[in-house]
Design a binder for this molecule. Sequence first.
Ligand code: FAD
Length: 478
Amino acid sequence: MTAAARTPASFPPDFIRRLEAALGRPIVEPNDAKAYLTDWRGFLTAHNAIVVRPGSTGEVAKIVRACAEARVPIVPQGGNTGLTGGSIPYEEEAAVVVNLGRMNKVRSVDALNYAMTVDAGCVLQTLQKVAEDADRLFPLSLGAEGSCQIGGNLSTNAGGVAVLKYGNARDLVLGVEVVLPDGTIWDGLRGLRKDNTGYDLKQLFLGAEGTLGIITAAVLKLFPKPRDKRTSYVALRDLDAAIELLVRMRSATGDQVASFEYLPRNCMQMALDHIRGVSDPMEKIYDHYALIEVSRTADEDAGFAEHVETALGKAIEDGLVIDAVVAQNQAQAAMFWKIRDSMAEAQKEEGPAIRHDVAVPVSSIPAFYREARKRVLARVPDARIHGFGHVGDGNLHYNIAPPRGADGKAFLSLMGEINAIVHDCVAEYHGSISAEHGIGRIRRDELPRYKDPVELALMKKVKAALDPLGIMNPGKVF
Ligand SMILES: Cc1cc2nc3c(=O)[nH]c(=O)nc-3n(C[C@H](O)[C@H](O)[C@H](O)COP(=O)(O)OP(=O)(O)OC[C@H]3O[C@@H](n4cnc5c(N)ncnc54)[C@H](O)[C@@H]3O)c2cc1C
């Protein structure tokens, strides 16, 4: 059977044949397409979409032009690790998923300019390695780094574990190349640190979740490679102590804290229960932990290590820290990180939960945590609060699991109500309902409740100006 004969009824007649003719190659076979049509958590599946995997910016432009002519929706896709459903078409939508995975070349590395120009489909971990081979650092780092792609990272403005020192994905970009919704290619691949010749248009596409165009390449910032790293796993008195310790560590190390991740015991326990090869760094059990990484680019010397250890020692004396282990080698540091990095996987294994990715000012984290907990427990007594994450950035993954032994499905039916409880609380603390994962599909209907109406109206004007046909990832964000 030819691809054209399989055309789902809702694609315009002859569309797939014309798309294949424009590309000079068939679309992805339905059996192979399945992996691209289900989200990472396995909750969302598109039944009526097709998948194309272009090999160049020119091919992306041809696909977009064909879709624009036929008014067919386009869903850009990177590694498909996003957690808000942005890379998956709606169930019955006749859309074209444009997966960038074949566009995976590093175009150039300019070590003197601390920059590299890369295709959008490069896997994040590969880019970290390319930077390292050039004696540089590309600092973006997150649990999905082995499969997420830089185009997806930029389109979600990914955060991860090094934001404290290096910023979000949008801070790591000098230029972009984008295929616009009418198929025009914008070559904005400039490696400049200064360019005040008008609006900073690249920022429009960073964090746009594929709603304004398809990023096909980017110029990324590189940094000096750290020569000295100290990774510590500490048990804390409570969450307030975490924030106090963060402040002390920043000042003791000359603001060289790269990561400050909080884990309560119930989250760490999930990793111990479900992830092979994870073990508890401490003999005793505590309620609160932090994983702290401090790094600097100067060569190793005793002074830096002493600063870290003195700060931790003082925190122990003052009762903020109850126990601490400083990694003695890379393998031990990797083990600490494995606990943190396996959190998404461990939660998947643990069972259903109502998830939130929220930000509040760092100083408000403990008060927010307690208040949201009180309100959730008032609605579902014994619900399990799994709140962990990038507290150094004021970002918590505040997930609520059902009471032990409760019916998971019945609990998930409370999702709307629980979301409102948590997100209303976030709003009271002047926070954000999406710190780093984006809006995608799953937060779309909540956005108008929490976003400033003027800001939302401006966003819609930008969308209408760039994508007047509304074909670029429709139904996502708005
Ligand atoms: C285990 C695990 C850990 C994670 N940890 C973190 C974390 O610490 N911090 C964090 O921020 N996120 C995290 N995530 C979420 C996810 O990895 C990030 O959102 C990542 O940036 C998505 O990249 P991707 O290539 O998989 O994009 P996809 O999931 O394929 O797409 C995400 C969105 O970007 C759009 N898009 C993708 N590529 C392009 C492109 N080239 N042009 C235009 N639009 C495009 C899609 O349409 C979609 O809206 C985690 C996910 C997992 C599974």
